[in-house]
Design a protein around this ligand. Structure first.
Ligand code: SF4
Ligand code: SF4
Length: 316
């Protein structure tokens, strides 16, 4: 891989640090931004939005941390095609002009582009319940895009829990037969490596850190990901592990209704079996996170979400 003015270890240290205001970040981020600019010339991105609410795109775009935003997001807005060669919501082009860019990128950068999928993929009735664009007057299904674009990608990155594991799009009764990308690729015998960035929505830092990791250093080493294909730097520990309410739990103080002081286990908190660094990274650029706002963790980064975690506000 390419050489940068920082090592993979330094990069991972930055990625592990929580959100805004990390010590040394002001010096590190310009170097990271320059490196990403170089890397995307060689490894462009195609981002397709399948069966999803667009919340993950909104979450990533809405990051207000200016330096992190500069690293990647300023380069993907319409008018700058440096990083992102296709994103159906962000790009200015529409119709066949936009889907044509995806096809052309895949042709020109065979084996090198990164295919980002947001949302689950409808599969019932050959995928007809989810389409993107048309060819010769006929809709092209999301399933067909996956069949065309995934095999020649360097890696597939799933953004959000719907893309990673099916999520809300695949919740019962799942009339469109929506599936998570990894499971679907396996059933199609497509062996392209998948890196999952779950969350409902996906945290901007998880997205930026994972994309930058793959762009700069290639596929993560086996020891860097967990058994669900997530970078351990973000998903290696449970929410419960670093929760602010652990002392309440240890002292046997449990909230029995919303607004009460105590551990939220009895009102449905799924933190003990949910992985993510929300307690230390927090959301909205470090302002708050679910449990701090007195909302039980609903386990949004896990494959069982939402069906296996329901009713969300009852103890499992
Ligand atoms: S509120 Fe949830 S994550 Fe926090 S200690 Fe209680 S069960 Fe664990
Ligand atoms: S605390 Fe739980 S529900 Fe909230 S964002 Fe993190 S993983 Fe998702």
């Amino acid at each position: 891989m390419r050489k940068y003015r920082f090592s993979r270890r330094e990069f991972m240290t930055w990625a592990a640090a929580s959100g805004a205001g990390v010590a040394g970040e002001d010096a590190f981020l310009p170097k990271l931004q320059a490196a990403v600019k170089e890397a995307v010339k060689e490894y462009p991105l195609i981002w397709m939005q399948d069966s999803a609410c667009s919340g993950c795109s909104v979450s990533v775009i809405n990051t207000i941390h200016p330096s992190i935003k500069n690293v990647i997001l300023d380069q993907i807005l319409p008018g700058s095609q440096l990083l992102l060669n296709y994103h159906s919501t962000l790009m200015a082009a529409t119709g066949s002009l936009s889907t044509g860019m995806a096809v052309e990128t895949a042709r020109k950068y065979k084996g090198k582009y990164i295919y980002i999928v947001e949302g689950a993929v409808p599969t019932k009735d050959n995928g007809i319940y989810g389409t993107l664009g048309e060819e010769e007057g006929k809709p092209v299904t999301m399933l067909e895009w996956l069949r065309r674009l995934a095999p020649d990608a360097m890696a597939v990155l799933t953004v959000g829990t719907c893309a990673a594991y099916g999520g809300i799009a695949a919740a019962k009764p799942n009339p469109s037969g929506a599936m998570g990308v990894g499971e679907l690729l396996k059933s199609l015998n497509i062996a392209t490596p998948v890196v999952n960035i779950p969350g409902c929505p996906c945290h901007p830092d998880w997205f930026i850190g994972t994309v930058a990791r793959v762009l700069l250093y290639g596929l993560p080493k086996p020891q860097e990901v967990d058994e669900l294909g997530r970078l351990k730097v973000y998903f290696g520990k449970s929410v419960h592990n670093r929760c602010i309410n652990r002392d309440y739990l240890d002292d046997g103080i449990f909230a029995t209704k919303f607004g009460e002081v105590g551990c939220l286990l009895e009102i449905g908190c799924k933190g003990p079996f949910t992985h993510g660094d929300c307690p230390v990274r927090q959301w909205n650029s470090g302002v708050n996170w679910c449990v701090s706002a007195n909302a039980p963790c609903v386990g949004c980064t896990e494959p069982g979400f939402p069906d296996a975690h329901s009713p969300l506000y009852q103890r499992r």
